[in-house]
Design a protein around this ligand. Sequence first.
Ligand code: PXL
Length: 280
Amino acid sequence: MTDKKVLTIQDISCMGQCSLTVALPIISACGVETVILPSAVLSTHTGGFTGYTFRDLTEDIPGIMSHWKKEGLKFDCLYTGYRGSVLQIEYVGQLKENVLNDGAKLIVDPAMADHGNLYYGFDQDFVAKMAELCGTADVILPNVTEAAFMTGLECRLDGHDEAYILELLKALGQKGAGTVILKGIRYNKDEIGVAVYDSKTENLDYYFTEFVPYLSHGTGDCYAAAFTGAVMQGKDYLAAAGLAADFVVECIKKTKDDKNHAYGVKFERVLPMLVQELNC
Ligand code: PXL
């Protein structure tokens, strides 16, 4: 058991099974205390819904941060997910300086693109800032689309080979990230994998799972939350990357037959897996 505390900054999409509404229960199921910094409140996420509300909470961040600083509150990990503005990316540096313990980990999920496209509302300026932030992180969790956007390399959605994947990993590592966990690797049609690349030693490992052909929002957020919880419980990066991958595959399997549920995955039904692996 751990007494470590994770601070996570991302939005609340009231409906949609993503960002904070999945991070909080998933990291908690891992047995890890989760402190939240909501970056925005949306009625739904931006993928597949129209006419959603969006309240930007950027201007609340400095006040929350300075209150925590006054109280002497410090956290062991900062995990950043979806952020609604460039300024919010810039605040991550200040959070790191003011409310993180020495040796705390910065885990960055770019959470800005998938399947070859940027999410609605993001532009190249945002991509450049996110790439800069990734350069300061201990661990980054991009998918292949995000990796391609941040490095300017070609975006290939399948038919990958190791030369292409290594090119992406090295380019991301050269920007400064300590460990790159690259998601969505397709070396064959039956499997999907993550690469775990240490940019200092250039050590590369993979973890592959069965490929379940079903597209859903929020799987990246579920992955990042389970990964973060596992790392806080002392798993090494490869073990945490593998557990998170198995968790997401099970979430997709629990969801894929429900045609009305493409907005997110039924992660609630798989939380016992995390409790069993990390929190008993
Ligand atoms: O799942 C990533 C995500 C998080 N938050 C919001 C989103 C998305 C993806 O579309 O729109 C608001």
